[in-house]
Design a protein around this ligand. Structure first.
Ligand SMILES: C[S@@+](CC[C@H](N)C(=O)[O-])C[C@H]1O[C@@H](n2cnc3c(N)ncnc32)[C@H](O)[C@@H]1O
Length: 258
């Protein structure tokens, strides 16, 4: 599906913006909210997990990290490799499912950076176990995904309120309710790509990371853009002003497993 979305050129498969020059500005470009503040990147081993299609891996490399990029989509990997090459950097890439990182050795990364992709896997515990295995003790994991409450509400305004697609306690993939759910629409681009998405509960995320030998030291609930409670009721802007679009978590691998 991500190859299909990339072929159609939807914005999530294209690099956004242009990396600035100075190291400080580059870090802000990569990590505007400073989730990696205090983490040394120069010389660090970094895995940009499911980070195809964008600048992240190239920017880690520009900041001096020994960078690996893993993603399931060959096209997304190629886009990121090309971006790195244009900047005179080389990154190593691996086409893998994030639930199986067996090609990476135990305790081999200082940082695992994963933005907006856990929504595409059924079993996040598997991903967390793999991340817990490949991180060095004291290493940092930053991840984000769709907020489980809000994901159940997109497109579900009744005129009088919001009707969730499923119960919060239902762990199955989000059911499709009409054609709009399987069509990604951006301006003139329209592509049928029925990705399978999971609204992992907060307790699933937090307890999964803890069980994988990491300790959470930050959790943020965010929405993009400006809050606009006067936006058209039922629009994504309105919903994202009422509830967070994303949940982001930072964790550190424990030195001694509990
Ligand atoms: C929404 S994009 C996010 C890309 C990038 N992390 C960013 O924030 O710009 C989701 C990415 O996850 C990748 N992906 C989806 N399912 C995956 C899986 N099971 N294993 C590895 N990568 C996956 C897609 O190919 C795509 O590159």
């Amino acid at each position: 599906m991500w190859d299909r979305l990339a072929r159609a050129g939807i914005p999530y498969t294209r690099p956004q913006g242009r990396p600035p020059k100075s190291p400080a500005a580059l870090r802000r470009f990569l990590d505007p909210d400073g989730r990696l503040d205090g983490v040394r990147l120069k010389g660090a081993r970094v895995l940009a997990l499911a980070a195809g299609g964008g600048w992240d891996a190239a920017v880690f490399a520009l900041l001096g990290a020994d960078t690996y990029l893993a993603d399931i989509s060959a096209i997304q990997l190629r886009t990121a490799r090309d971006l790195a090459r244009k900047k005179g950097m080389s990154i190593r890439t691996a086409r893998v499912d994030m639930s199986d990182l067996s090609r990476f050795g135990a305790e081999s990364f200082d940082v695992v950076w994963q933005c907006h992709s856990l929504v595409f896997v059924r079993d996040v515990d598997k991903v967390f176990r793999e991340v817990g295995r490949i991180l060095k003790p004291g290493g940092t994991y930053v991840t984000s995904t769709m907020h489980p409450t809000t994901l159940r509400l997109y497109g579900r305004y009744t005129g009088a309120g919001w009707q969730p697609r499923t119960s919060y306690f239902d762990d199955q993939a989000m059911p499709y309710t009409d054609d709009g759910d399987v069509t990604w629409q951006f301006g003139r681009i329209s592509v049928v790509a029925p990705t399978i998405e999971f609204g992992h509960r907060v307790e699933t995320l937090v307890n999964g990371i803890a069980s994988a030998g990491m300790v959470i030291d930050g959790l943020w609930e965010t929405s993009p853009g400006d809050f606009d409670l006067k936006a058209t009721p039922g629009s994504d802007e309105h919903l994202e002003s009422l509830f967070p679009a994303f949940i982001q978590i930072r964790a550190r691998k424990l030195f001694k497993p509990r």
